[in-house]
Design a protein around this ligand. Structure first.
Ligand code: HPA
Ligand code: ZN
Length: 336
């Protein structure tokens, strides 16, 4: 990697919009939390943990991802997880972040909702004060749980609505199409939440799910979603709506054969609001700057392209127009 490229990317002010807090659990922190909570882990070394990260698709990733979360037990654990990520993101030039969390992965194990959100919120406030990063939380429903479970989770979240900017949908897309959650997302919108949904890469029926997310759900953003290139009419519609796409090149190369750089760059060149993000950096071995660099090297992007990706990250963010404009001015000033 050219050190010029790496330092340009690290200095570029950017927003991260596709980041699962539970996906930032590094093996070292996993061991520390296990020790603190008296949990015995099957793996004894960091290397042994990393050796289990042999993913071939989304399902095989999720089979490792959820069991690891058992070490997260108390509000302090959630705070420490988010804080470690925020410090790491700060080092990568992230100035604004909208972070997913999966409350059902914890409440279904008996962890109270308030401990999950309380711990995360403490890290959000601390990041603003100590790092100058603005951070928001996006509550993600697990799509392999029932729509009723999602609705009751939404109800449980209402007392904390001022701490949650929007709702999303993640986990296993197979047999769990967007329409399953139509009522939940309609209610979330009524309650004032912004909305996004994962449209994972190369799923059975990816393009139908993307169409449904645009037509039936009416989301404000799409996570991943690059299979949209299969239907030029949908690409045109997404462009007209100014819809943001939160792509994750390194994650793509773990759950499919490739980074999907051709699709990402095609959408960027067509003028869609494509952004670059890290998804689950502890599992896929790359934080946001690594993702910018990996994509740039693979697709031959220049500094102007990278600056455009950073501008897109603010345009697709859920900041106010005035804050977006401030950050975009900072990108332009940095990139020259
Ligand atoms: N897709 C679906 N579920 C997830 C992901 C993802 O990229 N990351 C964490 N949970
Ligand atoms: Zn994701």
């Amino acid at each position: 990697m050219s050190s010029d490229l790496a330092s340009f990317v690290a200095g570029l002010p950017k927003a991260e919009l596709h980041l699962h807090l539970e996906g930032t659990l590094e093996p070292e922190l996993k061991f520390a939390l296990a020790a603190r909570n008296g949990i015995e882990l099957a793996e004894k070394t960091v290397e042994e943990v990393r050796a289990t990260y042999d993913f071939t698709d989304l399902t095989s990733f999720l089979a490792v991802y959820y069991p690891a979360m058992q070490v997260l037990q108390t509000a302090d654990d959630f705070h420490d997880l988010a804080w470690a990520y925020l410090e790491r993101a700060h080092a990568d030039g992230v100035v604004h972040v909208e972070m997913f969390f999966d409350p059902q992965a914890h409440t279904s194990r008996g962890v109270p909702f308030v401990d999950v959100i309380g711990g995360y919120r403490r890290a959000v406030v601390r990041a603003e004060r100590e790092l100058g990063i603005s951070a928001e939380l996006i509550l993600c429903f697990l799509r392999d749980f029932s729509a009723e479970h999602a609705m009751s989770t939404l109800m449980e979240a209402l007392p904390y609505r001022s701490w949650i900017v929007g709702v999303g949908l993640d986990s296993d897309e197979r047999d769990n199409p967007p329409a399953k959650f139509q009522a939940v997302f309609a209610r979330a919108k009524q309650e004032g939440f912004l909305t996004t949904m994962h449209c994972d890469i190369d799923q059975v029926g990816s393009i139908d799910n993307i169409r449904s997310v645009l037509d039936e759900i009416g989301v404000d953003r799409i996570d991943h979603g690059t299979n949209i290139v299969e239907d030029p009419a949908l690409v045109a519609l997404a462009k007209e709506r100014g819809l943001g796409f939160t792509t994750c090149p390194i994650s793509n190369s773990f759950v499919t054969e490739q980074m999907k750089s051709d699709e990402i760059v095609q959408l960027l060149r067509e003028g869609l609001r494509v952004t670059v993000n890290s998804d689950d950096p502890a599992y896929f071995g790359g934080y946001i700057a690594d993702n910018y660099v990996a994509l740039a090297e693979k697709a031959g992007l220049d500094r102007a392209d990278l600056a455009q990706l950073a501008i897109n990250s603010f345009e697709a963010s859920w900041l106010t127009p005035a804050r977006r404009a401030e950050y975009i001015a900072r990108v332009r000033e940095f990139a020259g």
